[in-house]
Design a protein around this ligand. Structure first.
Ligand code: BTN
Length: 331
């Protein structure tokens, strides 16, 4: 019942307990319980004595109809399912547990609350309620994918294309596919593969994006140990972006990119990736286990490996095995 209550409160206006109870067909005590449940999930609901309940601010909840309205003809034809869950442990895990879509089709899952979001390199991904998004797309390639690192880079390019359609300017990619604006991370991607040695490959691409993050949410993410400064898509946009629209645009671009990647690999995306490279010619530090290697970033090679000039020699680093830190990253 608490998701329905949330939908009634989403506009941020004050509503009486009695009115809510009548709309939901439950008792006032049941409304109070549902309010407590929302609060336990980190959703700020104000209770004003004898007046009613309201959210701290209005939220644009996800809406399957609004997302579908943003899909282009190709995505509409190819999307087998669009599953909106109120809460889930991880949208990536959820799709990995499901049967893969048939070749040429996609499944998408997104949620309002993700309790155990997973990031790259074993980190947790925190998506504060209402201000970000957690969405995953499941896809099947005809043959096993050998260059998963390059796929990650193509995903980054597709997502920048999508986000730029919201009016965002100045977006960058930090190798391999973190979404950045002004040296702050606004989003990240976790691409996971289920494949046999030969035959079809099932890939789940998960996007976590801060759409419009209040300062306290930024601080909470940084305090939880994020090794980077945190930003949001809205910082790069002239108007506050719609969460539903962002999901639709991301699905369109991912679905357009995947067959092209399957046909031609990284090559058609490389120039665009290089133009978006946030680190190019900057001092970087590559962390590999205990080892820290300082150098100057030189972009990526044909396979998507990061190239770094270290003591005058070019060294290459492959996605997934290294992490990268700017020596001059702002905090
Ligand atoms: C990163 O560490 O930068 C990647 C973060 C990816 C988070 C997204 S949120 C949707 C999907 N579900 C998950 O559990 N993780 C990804």
């Amino acid at each position: 019942m608490h998701p329905e209550l949330l939908a009634l409160l989403a506009d941020g206006r004050l509503r009486s307990g009695q009115g809510l109870a009548a709309l939901l067909g439950v008792s006032r005590a049941a409304v109070w319980k549902a309010v407590e449940r929302l609060r336990a999930q980190g959703i700020d609901v104000d209770a004003e004595p004898r007046r009613g309940y309201r959210l701290k601010g209005a939220v644009e909840l996800f809406d399957v109809g609004r997302i579908r309205a943003e899909l282009d003809a190709n995505a509409t034809a190819v999307l087998r399912s669009l599953e909106l869950k109120f809460e889930v442990d991880s949208t990536n895990s959820h799709l990995l547990e499901r049967r893969a879509p048939p070749y040429g089709f996609a499944d998408v899952c997104l949620c309002e609350l993700q309790h155990a979001g997973r990031g790259r390199r074993g980190r947790a991904w925190i998506a504060p309620f209402g201000s970000g998004l957690a969405v995953s797309l499941s896809w099947t390639f005809r043959d096993t994918i050998r260059d998963l690192p390059a796929l990650s880079l193509c995903v980054g390019v597709a997502l920048v294309r999508a986000l730029s359609r919201t009016g965002a300017r100045g977006l960058r990619l930090k190798w391999p596919n973190d979404l950045w604006f002004e040296d702050r991370k606004i989003g990240g991607v976790l691409t996971e593969l289920r494949a046999e040695a030969a035959g079809p490959a099932h890939v789940v691409i998960g996007l976590g994006l801060n759409v419009a993050l209040p300062p306290e949410a930024r601080r909470a993410i940084e305090a939880a140990g994020a090794p980077y400064a945190v930003g949001a898509l809205a910082d790069a946009c002239p108007e506050p972006p719609s969460r539903n629209r962002v999901v639709g645009l991301a699905v369109n671009e991912l679905i357009a990119m995947l067959p092209e990647f399957e046909r031609s690999g990284f090559a058609p995306f490389r120039a665009e990736w290089l133009a978006l490279d946030a680190l190019r010619d900057r001092s970087v530090q590559v962390v590999m286990g205990e080892e820290r290697i300082a150098g100057r970033a030189l972009g990526v090679d044909d396979g998507g490996a990061l190239c770094v000039s270290v003591g005058g020699r070019k060294r290459k680093f492959v996605s997934g095995e290294v992490s990268l830190r700017l020596e001059d990253q702002p905090r």
